[in-house]
Design a protein around this ligand. Sequence first.
Ligand code: ZN
Ligand code: ZN
Length: 366
Amino acid sequence: MSRYQLRRDKLRRLMKKSGADGFLVTNFTNVTYLTGFRGDDSFLILLPDGEIVLSDPRYTTQLKEECPGVDLEIRTPGTAMITSIRKVLRRCRCREVGFESNSLTVDLHGALVEGVDDVRWVPCGGLVERLRMVKDRDEIRSIRKAVMLAERAFGTVRSGLRSIDQERIVAHAIENEIRRFGGRGCSFSPIVAVGPRAALPHATVEDIPIGDHGLLLIDWGADSPDGYKSDLTRVLVTGKISPKLKRIYQLVLKAQQRAIEAIRPGAKCADVDAVARKVIADAGFGKYFGHGLGHGIGLDIHEGPRLSAANSEPLKAGMVVTVEPGIYLPGVGGVRIEDDVLVTRGGHEVLTNLPKDWDSAATQLG
Ligand code: ZN
Ligand code: ZN
């Protein structure tokens, strides 16, 4: 049985529990997760004893290659998707159909309720996302690959950094190296932020030469060939920085290491977040750590579980989360250190390998 069949069977069990005899998957990433199809603009209808991908002629060949054995409903040009949905659900005599209420647009919901009025639509938001939180062996291998690509690209770019390089050029070089090593590209637009701009957790890249400041924050990740993501952050010390910034670097590192140590099956996400937050708050910087500790990664760069004070759910073996505490001093600078961590049966494994101790941050610019 393929990994996709296994995933669909798990979803079937959840679908049954919710009382539905069909399930319409409209989130394209969820369709990929359940079928292996890497294109978009296609929906999946899951039935108790089968599954049908609804798509258009652009994808017929790709669908046959990427998800053999899955039935297809290819609409003719000019036919609306809603017509395909109605046709399939009537043919299969579905009565109660689950839909992804967490990601459906209001427009599409209106079209479903009006256009397919002989079924009862059951909101079932987040079912596939719940399955996606726990990775199988293939997914973990792909995330390892994404980590490896990100680290190799970083290593190459770091060794060639020059004072005159602008943030934008560094970001571009990382993307380029990831592709050269075989990845699809970056998993998101890299954040390359110098000096005080590192205090902006989501800084956009600018035309500022990196040599004019002592501190360089890089937050980047790779997209593996099959679409799995990695997400890392390192801060490089490229010149003179204040003792205060050195102190916050060491504090963020301590908070991160403590939090990683707390990761194991059964540990509550909120408690892991609290471990890091306490280290930072005890040193008097609590109000400068204004975001959650981390997030799941997989086919999306941000997915469940969130490591935040608001999430009391326990971690499970197979989850992969980022651990990324940060301290941001407005107008001065910021430090964030981010690694990707797999929850294992016995505790955890840090998937990322780049050094992060204070000495390793020192970087000579060319
Ligand atoms: Zn990141
Ligand atoms: Zn992240």
